[in-house]
Design a protein around this ligand. Structure first.
Ligand code: 0RQ
Length: 503
């Protein structure tokens, strides 16, 4: 293991996870590594959870503000949430235990555009960061750190935290060395300079994270893999959605609005977005590029045979089988994968310059193209907006994908009015369900409504949507975005009362 801790000053700070966890006290703001289940600390959070559990057993208060890059895993969010150790969580969560605490009102959650987190942290919006707990692959002789499978906000946490705990994980492949590009040039206004990245594969920084050794209070060894789930193999519905998008991209190429190798792809989390990527490969595209946040299995498949030639992201979020493929051919992937801080992977300036094609999953969309990516029936959060807003607002084409119905048909994913808005109609160009694709570019609200009902709604709900829209056209006071305000959310209310949106 010592071959992974090569700096003598930092090696002298080696201790157990339990000793390191003693450094963290009630009320602290703690920044942890981790992005979509990759590169999170594996042993300090569990030791911390044990401490918190004991403190609560004694009747003592012990609650933390936990900030990460994005979602983590049961060992972090799950363990800490189970003992009520997280009072405030930011910026993205997919853990079921944590989600339950949030939705019961037992923990506060701030769901933020992932590209905004670093600047908001620097600006002090989240309070002073007391401790950072960061997983790395190796500590180099000169004290710089080889990051692990995600970078997320690690650079920012290492900069702003008073104290740093480093977890060196011997399960993370040494071959990750050289796959990262850490940019150190960001600043707050009015001192910002252009970021000189003009292609997804450009290197603009250094492969290693820097840390002030004086701030490092503990180095802890771990030896555990990222705990990532399996993706559902693309089903008939996802394949249809992918087929509609592929056909649309071909149409855009024919009309000269997209080049044959498309524009850099961004693909969101979730099974549908993952399936769309597989669809692109079957669609015969080659020489594609990606400027995204997360490399999931679908993207790795495309990188394996050079359907995608370069992918820039902030995390590798792979199933166990895909991890094996990645490790077996790490030299192949090292020249095709670049991991960056999330303030760069999700940077508005870069996404706009590159003209990314954003493809994100959604919970529901409404007649006018407003999108809810996060909430069930307006009040319970599923995951969070993540980076979808960074790409939807700033990319050149923002596509949202979903099956037309959820919960066996009890829910229509096209509704009169969304119960929560994450992406406004102004940020949504293309809406796709297995029923078809609505191209909303250049359309007024009423034109958008007709297109969405015709192309995206499920046949079971299409007549209900047509009926609502016709009556809204007639009775709405304003005729620009017609609505029946007393009825607009009645579908959700009916679902809550009867278990189905069907009339
Ligand atoms: O729940 O598993 O309990 O049945 O939502 O739905 O259809 O499996 O879709 O896995 O693609 O996830 C929006 C959640 C879609 C995801 C969302 C229920 C459905 C199921 C999942 P069950 P599917 P996906 C970059 C981008 C926001 C973050 C983002 C997401 C579950 O894409 O979190 O885009 N996006 N980040 O049954 C009630 C509806 C529903 C519904 C689906 N209308 N009402 N429940 N479901 N539609 C990455 C990062 O930012 C890190």
């Amino acid at each position: 293991m010592s071959e992974r801790i090569r700096n003598s000053i930092l090696a002298s700070k080696l201790m157990s996870a339990e000793q390191a966890a003693e450094i963290i006290r009630d009320g602290m703001v703690v920044g942890m590594s981790g992005f979509t289940g990759a590169g999170y600390p594996k042993v300090v959070p569990a030791a911390l959870a044990a401490r918190i559990g004991e403190a609560h057993g004694r009747g003592d208060r012990f609650s933390l503000n936990v900030l990460t890059g994005a979602s983590t895993a049961p060992e972090l969010d799950g363990e800490l949430a189970r003992v009520d150790g997280i009072g405030f969580r930011l910026p993205f969560n997919t853990d079921p235990t944590m989600r339950a605490k949030i939705n019961k009102g037992e923990a506060e959650y701030m769901d933020v555009h992932l590209g905004h987190v670093a600047q908001q942290a620097w600006s002090g919006f989240y309070g002073k960061m007391d401790v950072a707990v960061i997983e790395v692959t190796t500590i180099l002789e000169d004290g710089r750190l080889v990051p692990s499978t995600s970078i997320g906000n690690n650079k920012t946490w290492l900069d702003i935290a008073d104290k740093v705990i480093i977890e060196v994980n011997s399960q993370q492949p040494l071959g990750l060395d050289g796959m990262h590009d850490i940019y150190f040039g960001t600043a707050l206004p009015p001192h910002r300079k252009p970021i000189l990245l003009t292609a997804p594969g450009d290197r603009i920084g250094e492969p290693y994270l820097r840390v002030d050794p004086a701030k490092v209070v503990a180095v802890v060894e771990s030896n555990a893999p990222d705990r990532l789930g399996h993706f559902t193999p693309p089903d008939a519905i996802s394949k249809k959605i992918a087929g509609h998008l592929v056909e649309f991209f071909r149409h855009e190429i024919r009309h000269g609005r997209l080049p044959p190798d498309l524009l850099p792809l961004q693909s969101g989390v979730g099974n549908v977005a993952n399936a769309v990527l597989s669809g692109l490969r079957e669609g015969g595209f080659t020489g594609l590029t990606s400027f995204t946040e997360v490399i999931q299995d679908g993207m790795l498949e495309l990188l394996s045979d050079d359907t995608i030639t370069i992918a820039s992201a902030t995390a590798l979020s792979l199933s166990p089988e895909a991890v094996q493929e990645f490790v077996d051919r790490i030299d192949h992937y090292r020249s095709r994968v670049l991991l960056r801080p999330q303030e760069i992977s999700n940077h508005a300036e870069l996404i706009r310059r590159l003209g990314c094609l954003g493809i994100n999953g959604m919970v529901e969309g409404d007649l006018y193209g407003n999108i809810n990516s996060t909430h069930v029936a307006g009040t319970s959060i599923i995951n969070g907006i993540g980076g979808s807003g960074d790409f939807a607002r700033n990319g050149s084409l923002s596509c949202f994908v979903t099956p037309s119905v959820a919960k066996g048909g009890a829910i229509s994913c096209i509704v009169p009015m969304v119960s929560h808005v994450d992406h406004t109609e102004h940020d949504v160009a293309i809406l796709v369900t297995e029923q078809g694709l609505a191209d909303l570019r250049g359309l007024s609200p009423k034109q958008r409504a007709r297109t969405i009902i015709e192309h995206c709604a499920h046949p079971d709900y299409r007549p209900m949507l047509q009926d609502y829209f016709q009556r809204a056209l007639q009775d709405s006071r304003g005729k620009h975005t017609p609505h029946l305000l007393g009825e607009a959310l009645s579908w959700h209310q009916r679902f809550l009362e009867t278990g189905s949106m069907r009339a």
